[in-house]
Design a protein around this ligand. Structure first.
Ligand SMILES: Cc1cc2nc3c(=O)[nH]c(=O)nc-3n(C[C@H](O)[C@H](O)[C@H](O)COP(=O)(O)OP(=O)(O)OC[C@H]3O[C@@H](n4cnc5c(N)ncnc54)[C@H](O)[C@@H]3O)c2cc1C
Length: 467
């Protein structure tokens, strides 16, 4: 097994020639820091809105999309499964507006994939949230009720156990719900396709260009690279993912950096055929430390787990990306769900940081002078929503007031997380407690009193963990 930082998708997508770093000072109309999906979709939408605008993207890695955007599970979801929680935070009409905007984002990604020559493996198979223990049998019921009450009953549907088994047979799977609009895709291929088409459109992408200082002034923004080169623009966007939690960064008290890891099997088309998982469905279980799994066109099973360690501050490398203990546990979980995989090879394992928000929803946060915005908090659900958020950021960066700039995820109230090291100590204690409680539930054991009590702490603080 190759256990690396970058993982299978980036390897599979192949090499591209990196763009040179920014070498000299320059001006732009829109400045974007970060070349993951949020930054690239912002550039994409800004170019569509203002084709003559000079758009600059600065990316610290040698190639865009090498962060979580190129390494994720490839679930391209809407946000209907979050409707109950959005409604609770923002009210009925704002929640519905975001639900529709997130669905439109999946449709735009589909259109983007269909229009180009790059095959990003976009396939609509729906998203099944399934219970794997009596304790999680209520999975999705709040979202289902919210959809029915708000007149969008067709967005989610209850799936009885027999139908779950018909989608994907496993001794552990019980009932679930389905969001039909969800697709799976190859994340790194999507990031590279976007990068290529932005370059063709004339967007200036500078790679190996880490921004060391970002300043917002009365008349614009300025980003300074480690090399000293600077970009100035009237408005800017910080699309730096989990790095927004770093000391001194704007979301240091609004994010937790957790980690998630994925293992992928060798091609096992016979197993996929045997268990009937041939519809391209994206699946998750009902755990807070969620398992997520999907198939690939060449017959592999990719199996992710959100049970990775909490990081101190925004420590992005190390065990956020390569964690042998977590991957070993994950391998056991994979075989519990799919015993037919015993004896089959896992070819690759990797991980990445999760920009987890206490409200479990993405947010666009204005910097004090309203000349720059920072977007993060996708909490492991950014593949579809980054397109929606990028559309909003494009309008904000071009100083346009249109519907996307009135969506509820702009400057929402978000509870603060404690400062380090208390945040990390508390976060790791909660993660371990939830893991212990959920492992007991999976085995039909009674969870210990202490893990059960600690697992309740986030909700008491107004934090939303899990689905
Ligand atoms: C293992 C894993 C599995 C996941 N699975 C799914 C899934 O199946 N479905 C789903 O919807 N979501 C999933 N996610 C989450 C999803 O990948 C993210 O929500 C999404 O990629 C966020 O995109 P982004 O552009 O905001 O951030 P990122 O992808 O983190 O991009 C930020 C970019 O900014 C750059 N950067 C940071 N600091 C600087 C700086 N100072 N100067 C210049 N550049 C900088 C980084 O190098 C990076 O390229 C998963 C995440 C992980 C880690």
């Amino acid at each position: 097994m190759e256990h690396t930082r970058l993982g299978y998708w980036i390897k599979e997508a192949g090499d591209v020639t990196p763009r040179p770093p920014l070498a000299a000072d320059r001006d732009a109309d829109v400045l974007i820091v970060g070349g993951g999906y949020t930054g690239l979709w912002t550039a994409w939408h800004a170019h569509a809105l203002a084709p003559d605008a000079r758009i600059v993207v600065l990316e610290s890695e040698p190639v865009c999309g090498r962060g979580p955007s190129g390494r994720n599970g490839g679930f391209c979801e809407g946000m209907w499964t979050s409707l109950a929680s959005m409604r609770g935070r923002w009210g009925d009409a704002p929640a519905l507006a975001v639900g529709h905007a997130a669905e439109a984002a999946v449709e735009r990604i589909e259109a983007f994939c269909a229009a180009g020559d790059d095959d990003a493996w976009f396939r609509r198979g729906g998203y099944l949230q399934i219970s794997t223990a009596p304790a999680t049998d209520g999975i999705g019921q709040a979202a289902l009720a919210a959809c029915q009450e708000l007149g969008v009953a067709d967005k989610l549907r209850q799936v009885p156990p027999a139908e779950v088994q018909a989608h994907c047979a496993s001794p552990e799977f019980r009932a679930g719900i389905i969001e039909p609009i969800t697709a799976t895709l190859q994340p790194a291929r999507l990031a590279l396709a976007l990068r290529r088409r932005l370059l063709e459109a004339g967007v200036d992408i500078y790679e190996s260009s880490p921004v060391r200082r970002f300043r917002e002034g009365g008349d614009g923004v300025e980003a300074t690279l480690a090399s000293g080169a600077r970009v100035r623009a009237p408005r800017g966007v910080l699309a730096i993912g989990a790095a927004a939690k770093a000391p001194g960064a704007p979301l240091r008290s609004r994010l937790t950096v957790a980690s998630s890891h994925i293992v992928i099997t060798e091609p096992v088309p016979d197993v996929i055929e045997k268990i009937g998982w041939t519809g391209g469905e994206a699946l998750t279980d009902g755990r807070s430390l969620v398992h997520y799994f999907r198939t690939t066109p060449d017959g592999r099973i990719a199996f992710g787990w959100g049970g990775g360690r909490i990081q101190m501050g925004a420590r992005l490398h190390g065990r956020a990306e390569v964690d042998a203990d977590v991957v070993a546990a994950q391998r056991r979980h994979l075989l519990e769900y799919f015993p037919d995989l015993v004896g089959r090879r896992i070819t690759d394992a990797w991980g990445g940081p999760i920009d987890a928000s206490p409200i479990h929803l993405p947010a666009v946060t204005s910097l004090p002078r309203s000349r720059a915005w920072v977007a993060a908090g996708y909490t492991g659900n950014g593949v579809g929503p980054t397109n929606m958020v990028g559309r909003t950021l494009a309008s904000l960066a071009l100083d346009r007031a249109d519907d996307p700039t009135r969506l509820a995820f702009i400057d929402p109230p978000i509870p603060r997380v404690p400062p380090e090291p208390f945040h990390w100590i508390g976060g790791e204690s909660i993660r371990k407690a939830i893991d212990s409680k959920e492992a007991a539930e999976m085995e039909n054991r009674r969870p210990g009193l202490i893990p059960s009590a600690i697992s309740k702490v986030p909700a008491l603080l107004g934090f939303h963990i899990g689905r």
